[in-house]
Design a protein. Sequence first.
Length: 401
Amino acid sequence: MKIETRNSLRIQKARTALLLDHPFFGSLLYRLKDRESCVTKTMATDGVSLLWNPEFVETLTAATLAGTLAHEVMHPALHHHLRRSGRDPKRWNIACDYAINPLLVDAGLKLPEGILLEDRFRGMSAEQIYNLLESEEDSGPNGDNDHQSAASGDSNGSPTENELDDSLAPETDGGIGQVLDAPPESDDSPAVEEQAREWEIAVKQAMTVAQQAGKMPAGLDRTMEGAAEATVNWRELLRRLWSETTAADYSWMRPNRRHLWRGLYLPGVVKEGVGEIVIAVDCSGSISGRQLRLFEAEARSILEGQRPERVYVLYFDAVVQKVEAYEAGQPISLNPIGGGGTEFAPCFDWVKERGIMPQTMVFLTDLYGSFPSSAPTYPVLWASTGRRQAPFGEVIPMQSA
């Protein structure tokens, strides 16, 4: 019997075994069309196809083959093929593997030796792990490794319809299966939005099947909820909530001239810019360099449109370490210092002691810290890199950043 035929039969048997013993993974696996690929060194998926190298499959026992197939199907189940968003493909693959493997081990599946598995990443999303890995590389002896890492892979990790085997994401040490970006819309694959909806439905159905069989993997509910949270467009949410807390002043005494010609008598703007804004940056070490840059760029863009009179930037841990003030029109630049524990009350105390009544106060934090006993009278937004909730204000999840 040819090696290709033998391994194809082994994969079919592993699919069946998963369906019987681990129905959540097994039922999801039947959504992927398996294809042999000699270009793929191990396995790979783009959410539509499952590519496997026959020589790699030969090295696996029946148990580790089933575990590897479950690993591979968890990439699209967690929308990893839809969530890279310009991140370095090699580091993204590593982060996704670190996020998946603890789930499989906890579910009782057997994986090959040397896989990417560290307890410190348990319960974290791929985005959180990616940010942590990036932060560690940036602070390492070789400085920023983004260029080197990106150079080892393709430019965007996305295969075209006819080049799926030739533009795979870069292989990683300890990796047993690569995640590729979702394929573009074609006759064989729907639009990305439709792919996301289909996988959401498939995951819910798989969870129902597993629950009915009494074989639902422990902790998987929380993981799937985290995947849904990671798809939240934090930029859009930040802009909407920020805009709602810093509305301009209007008056009927000064009608809006732009609409008078249409016969519409609408209030005009009395004051186009907003008052004072306070931005508080958590310096306890929980914010990665990438998240800081993304938040800074988004905050700068919002402030340019709102033209506040003054922006105060507070750098804090257990105390307010440093304060920078920016006048109207000056671009903000975030340069955190500190590194101790986290307490939020000193920031509110600083504002109160100076008699400042901000239009809004925005925190960039993981929300792990002590809160004041009462809420202030002005709006508070929490751009959070963690999963905790705040006792007051609006929380904007940045786990996807």
